[in-house]
Write a protein that binds this ligand. Structure first.
Ligand code: HMG
Ligand code: MG
Length: 300
C-alpha cells in the first residue's frame, strides 16, 4: 500500500547547485532560493555543503549561506558534512541537522570523498559522536544504490550493508541515492527489500536522479514498499561532480504533482514551487527541468 503522508526533502540549494557549470552563483541568490522554498511550504531543505571548496567550488560559501538565511520556525535547514572539519563549520553556523555521505561502491567512494567505504565509515564515527554531543541530528546517504558510474551494477546486499552501518552509527534516516539515475522499478524494489531487512522502512528515504527518466516510476515502486520520504530538487536541478553525465534530481514539482494525483498530502504549494523553479533557472539562464513546471507555466 502507498503511504498516506510523504515528507519531501528539498535538495535544490545543495545537490541542485553544487554541480552548476559556469560562474560561482552569488550567495545572495542561494539565500533567496532557500527563502522562496521555505515560503512555498518545504519543511526540509538541504541548504549547503561544508566540503572542500577545491573539490566543490559552488559550495564554498556554506558558512555565508547558513549565516545569511532567515530561518523559519518548523523548517529544517541541513548541510553536508563529510568529516569533522565540515561538522565544525556547520556547528559554527548554528545548524540543527547535518548529513554524512557514503557509497555502496568502492570506486565512487574514492572519487567522491577520497577514501574507501570502510575508511569513510571510520571517518563518520567521530562526526556522529560530536553531532550527538551538540544535539544535532545526522542523516546518512548511500550513493550508487542502483548503479555506479565506474563499477556498473551494485549488489543490493552491499547497499544494505552500508545503510545498516550508517543506521547503527546513529543516523536517524538513510537516504538511498540513485546517483546516476540508471535504476528501474523492479531493481529499486529489490534494493529497498534488501535494505529494509537491515533498517526499518520508515527510516529510509529515496534520493533518485532522473538521468534515464525513471525517477518518478521508481519512486512509485518504492512508495509501494513503504518508503515515505522523498528527496527532490526544484526545477530538477542537480548532479554530482563525481558522477559524470548524471543529470539532476527528480524535480520537486513532478513529485508533488504525482503525490497530489495519488491523494497524498504534503502541505506544499505546487504553484509556488513552480514559480521558484522558474526564478532560479532564470538566474542560471535556462528553463526548469520539470515537465510539470513547463506544462503549467510560471504565474508570477
Ligand atoms: P581530502 O583531500 O582527502 O581531505 O578530501 P584532507 O582531509 O586530506 O584535506 C585536504 C584539504 O581539504 C585540506 O586543505 C583541508 O583543510 C581541506 P589544504 O590544507 O589542502 O588547503 N578540507 C576541507 N575544507 C573545507 N571543508 C571540509 C574539508 N575537509 C578537508 N569539510 C574531502 C576529503 C571529503 C574533504 C573531499 O573529498 C571533499 O570535499 N569531497 C566533497 C565531495 C562532494 O561534495 N560531493 C558531492 C556531494 S555527494 C552527492 O552529491 C551524492 C548525494 O547527492 C547522494 C546521491 O545522489 O547519490 C549526497
Ligand atoms: Mg544526489
Amino acid at each position: 500500500a502507498l503511504p498516506q503522508q510523504v515528507r519531501l526533502f528539498e535538495m535544490g540549494p545543495r545537490d541542485g547547485l553544487q554541480n552548476e557549470a559556469g560562474p560561482i552563483i552569488a550567495t545572495a541568490t542561494k539565500i533567496e532560493f532557500i527563502h522562496r522554498l521555505a515560503a512555498a511550504g518545504l519543511t526540509h531543505i538541504e541548504a549547503a555543503s561544508f566540503v572542500s571548496p577545491k573539490w566543490v567550488p559552488q559550495m564554498g560559501d556554506a558558512s555565508e549561506v547558513m549565516n545569511g538565511i532567515t530561518r523559519q520556525p518548523g523548517v529544517v535547514y541541513s548541510t553536508l558534512t563529510p568529516n569533522l572539519k565540515g561538522l565544525e563549520g556547520a556547528l559554527a553556523a548554528g545548524v540543527e541537522e547535518v548529513a554524512v555521505f557514503g557509497a555502496a561502491s568502492e570506486s565512487f567512494s574514492q572519487k567522491n570523498i577520497n577514501c574507501s567505504v570502510a575508511e569513510s565509515l571510520e571517518r563518520f564515527e567521530p562526526v556522529l559522536e560530536r553531532a550527538r554531543e551538540a544535539n544535532v541530528r545526522v542523516r546518512g546517504y548511500v550513493s550508487c544504490v542502483l548503479g555506479c558510474p565506474y563499477e556498473g551494477e551494485i549488489a543490493p546486499a552491499k547497499v544494505a550493508e552500508v545503510a545498516k552501518a550508517l543506521y547503527d552509527m546513529g543516523c536517524y534516516e538513510i537516504s538511498l541515492g540513485d546517483t546516476i539515475g540508471t535504476g528501474t522499478p523492479l531493481a529499486a524494489k529489490r534494493m529497498i527489500e534488501a535494505v529494509g531487512r537491515e533498517v526499518p522502512i520508515n527510516r529510509l528515504a529515496a534520493h533518485f536522479h532522473d538521468t534515464y527518466g525513471q525517477a518518478l516510476v521508481n519512486l512509485y515502486a518504492v512508495m509501494e514498499e513503504g518508503v515515505a520520504v522523498i528527496d527532490a530538487a526544484t526545477a530538477g536541478l542537480g548532479g554530482c561532480p563525481y558522477a559524470k553525465g548524471a543529470s539532476g534530481n527528480v524535480a520537486t514539482e513532478d513529485v508533488l504533482y504525482l503525490l497530489q494525483g495519488l491523494g497524498i498530502d504534503t502541505g506544499i504549494d505546487l504553484q509556488a514551487v513552480i514559480d521558484t523553479g522558474y526564478w532560479i533557472t532564470g538566474e542560471l539562464g535556462r528553463k526548469p527541468g520539470s515537465k510539470v513546471a513547463l506544462a503549467k507555466g510560471c504565474k508570477i
